[in-house]
Design a protein around this ligand. Structure first.
Ligand code: SF4
Ligand code: SF4
Length: 340
């Protein structure tokens, strides 16, 4: 179903949803944009840059949250999680795809994270396609796209004075029930915009045999070369929409067991209690980061674990560019292995 939403009607529509939902949408905060709850004043998303700095994964996996409450007398209880119904408006397709990838981590048959599931169940996701390519994004290189629909209930295409509203789920449909069906002309216009946006995305590197090259060159000097200027700050992983490492610590003062975001780029992340660290330097840590996204995810679920959002490129303080690193990886030696 394709509907048409005049932009002039958007602020009122967003405000009307607030009666039943908490509405998150990208808002400007200093130099960056962030997903924040809509209040009476803020309803302007259209002029925001493509991607928020902190990805919307933070709405499903907060940077810090209590899992268990305990007392000094040895009693404890699971932390209560109240989630009111929510709408996340203006998610970019790469970020929606990333949340869907993270479902495979937090919603496994055997291991299910109740907090993640509860937040997912209470959330309607409205995506906004990228009709103008973003500076450092490379979604099409990794098999996704500026108008991918995965993980979304609604996909919006910016037509200038209006949005084409593509309804992708029943829960999404209920939010737009007063809109008119789009004309064939507008539907075609939207298709053209989507195709042009897709074609405008550059191919940042070749992915063919990339996994095998990364795996076969586990001990190569390449990892030293590409990680030499890394500071180990962890920005690339904190801002990555598909990174999900966390640590669990007991905060005795707060009497809470807390889950906090963590990063494989930190020195002590893999430090073992014996004092041994299997990833003692930036070389092993960089190798882990790239191998996880471009080899291990493929083994686990058959998909690349990077949606090409470009954040790690935009925000690395020393300008390390994953696209250049992977282009260089493509020049590594490679032996074809023939399956029995
Ligand atoms: S953001 Fe750059 S410097 Fe910081 S850990 Fe990542 S690659 Fe290293
Ligand atoms: S690795 Fe970089 S480009 Fe890929 S999803 Fe993470 S932040 Fe985005």
């Amino acid at each position: 179903m394709n509907l048409i939403l005049p932009k002039i009607d958007l602020p009122d529509l967003l405000q009307s949803w607030r009666k039943k939902f908490t509405v998150f949408l990208p808002q400007k905060l200093e130099r960056f944009s962030h997903f924040m709850p809509l209040d009476d004043a803020n309803a302007e998303i259209l002029e925001q840059p493509h991607n928020t700095r902190i990805p919307p994964k933070a709405l499903f996996l907060p940077m810090t949250e209590a899992l268990v409450k305990f007392t000094r007398f040895g009693t404890y209880d699971d932390a209560e999680l109240e989630v009111s119904p929510r709408i996340v408006f203006g998610m970019r397709p790469c970020d929606a795809q990333a949340v869907q990838l993270l479902d495979t981590v937090f919603e496994q048959e055997q291991y299910t994270d109740p907090f993640w599931v509860k937040r997912q169940e209470k959330t309607i996701r409205i995506g906004l396609g990228c009709h103008v390519p973003c500076a450092n994004g490379f979604c099409t290189t990794v098999g996704y796209g500026p108008f991918s629909k995965d993980g979304l209930d609604i996909l919006l295409t910016d037509l200038g004075d209006s949005f084409l509203v593509e309804v992708l789920s029943e829960s999404g449909k209920t939010l737009f029930e007063n809109l008119h069906e789009a004309s064939e002309e507008l539907k075609n216009q939207a298709k053209e915009i989507q195709h042009k946006a897709h074609d405008a995305m550059p191919i940042a590197f070749e992915t063919e045999n990339l996994k095998e090259k990364i795996e076969q060159n586990f001990k190569s000097d390449y990892w030293d070369e590409v990680s030499r200027s890394c500071l180990g700050c962890g920005v690339c992983t904190f801002l990555c929409p598909t990174c999900f490492c966390f640590d669990i610590v007991d905060e005795v003062q707060r009497q809470e067991r807390v889950r906090n975001w963590d990063s494989c780029m930190f020195r002590i992340y893999s430090l073992e209690a014996s004092g041994h660290n299997p990833r003692p330097s930036r070389i092993e840590r960089t190798r882990q980061r790239l191998s996880h996204k471009y080899a291990y995810w493929l083994d686990q679920i058959g998909l690349i674990g990077c949606t090409g959002c470009g954040r790690c490129v935009s925000y690395c303080p020393v300008g390390l560019d994953i696209r250049a690193m992977l282009r260089q990886a493509q020049s590594l030696p490679f032996e074809v292995s023939h399956a029995e």
